[in-house]
Design a protein around this ligand. Structure first.
Ligand SMILES: NC(=O)c1ccc[n+]([C@@H]2O[C@H](COP(=O)([O-])OP(=O)(O)OC[C@H]3O[C@@H](n4cnc5c(N)ncnc54)[C@H](OP(=O)(O)O)[C@@H]3O)[C@@H](O)[C@H]2O)c1
Length: 314
């Protein structure tokens, strides 16, 4: 079967043939129909978890995936052959990922059933970016009507977070390069700002002189994130998904929050599947690609410019 893998940490991902996996005790074998691409995929190839979990090489990349269970290993209780599932193909070991025709995964991984009203493409876009957005939104413990600035809003996480924050009654200001402004407004952003044309400081000082209540920064390094804290009012919340928050800098400004780390659960994935199936949450698909396109798409994602989700269709 075809898969996209790296042969060593930091190596270029490549399309390779490997043997179809066999489900062991407690595992299911999924015939993948679609896989969502995330920045986490190339970070895994770079070795972000190399000191935390065992890895198998060639390291098949891809975390998010949706498809149909073809077989189950001994002792599996939650699933049966023929079930349509979506989840994260990462459970205790890195390298048996979803950029492949088939993958095995433990039945206790983050894995949900999804209804026929969802396409595999929409389902596969959900797990990592959707759960991150849902949990970020839960950390935005702010009153209805509060203003939240999302930096890096036009990609996977930001497209979901914008909608979820608006549903919670927050007013979203989204950074958006000019081509993406209309898209972000369609997702519910009350205002957009193009960081190529103005600075966040200038924009906030002009439009929200009382300062913002919440900041979710999906892209900035520690120096830039710390500078952005000046835009947040005392008592507000600031979160970084890229480990840029320094506790002392937040403390001295009376801001709560800090670095965010996803703790993915099947329950949260169920919430997202239900919201999409009910038409309450839109899945913004940027590009649909094939497995052969994945190496180039990973390189492109590193360079920026995502507009919603890139999904691999098998
Ligand atoms: N800590 C965690 O648990 C966790 C969980 C999930 C994701 N993450 C991280 O969160 C980040 C976002 O994830 P994602 O899936 O949404 O990524 P993505 O889909 O690649 O989107 C990133 C977006 O940021 C925009 N951007 C880049 N530089 C920017 C800047 N200086 N100012 C404003 N916008 C900028 C990009 O568009 P333009 O280049 O056109 O501006 C792109 O739309 C990634 O670094 C990911 O690894 C962390």
């Amino acid at each position: 079967m075809q898969s996209v893998a790296v042969g060593a940490f930091g190596a270029a991902p490549a399309l390779i043939k490997i043997a179809k996996p066999v489900p062991q005790a407690g595992q299911v074998l999924v015939r993948l129909q679609a896989s969502g691409l995330n920045p986490f995929d190339w970070r895994l190839g770079d070795g972000i978890l190399k000191d935390k979990l065992p890895h198998s090489f060639p390291l098949v990349l891809g975390v998010d995936g949706a498809g149909v269970i073809e077989a189950t290993g001994p002792g599996v209780r939650r699933f049966k052959a023929g079930d349509q599932v979506v989840g994260q193909f990462l459970f205790g070991r890195v390298g048996e990922g979803s950029f492949a025709d088939y993958a095995v995964i433990d039945e206790n991984a983050v894995l949900s059933h999804y209804p026929n009203t969802l396409t595999a493409t929409s389902a596969a876009a959900l797990p990592t970016a959707g759960i991150t957005a849902l949990q970020l939104c839960q950390r935005l413990d702010l009153p209805v009507g509060s203003t939240v600035l999302i930096v890096g809003a036009t990609g996977g996480v930001g497209s979901f977070l914008t909608q979820l924050a608006v549903m919670k009654g927050l007013r979203v200001i989204a950074t958006a390069t000019h081509d993406a402004a209309a898209q972000m407004r369609a997702l519910g952003a009350g205002a957009t700002l193009d960081y190529h044309e103005t600075t966040l400081e200038r924009w906030v000082n002009e439009h929200v002189p009382e300062r913002i209540d919440g900041l979710v920064d999906l892209v900035s390094d520690a120096t830039v994130f710390t500078a952005h804290l000046a835009l947040v009012r005392r008592g507000g919340v600031a979160l970084s998904t890229v480990w840029s928050a320094q506790a002392d800098e937040l403390d001295k400004r009376g801001i709560t929050g800090g670095n965010f780390e996803i703790k993915a659960t099947t329950q949260d994935l169920d919430v997202l599947v239900t919201a999409v199936a009910a038409g309450k949450l839109a899945v913004r698909i940027d590009r649909q690609i094939s497995l052969a396109d994945v190496p180039a798409a990973l390189a492109a994602n590193r360079a920026g410019g995502a507009r919603g989700k890139t999904v691999v269709v098998m």
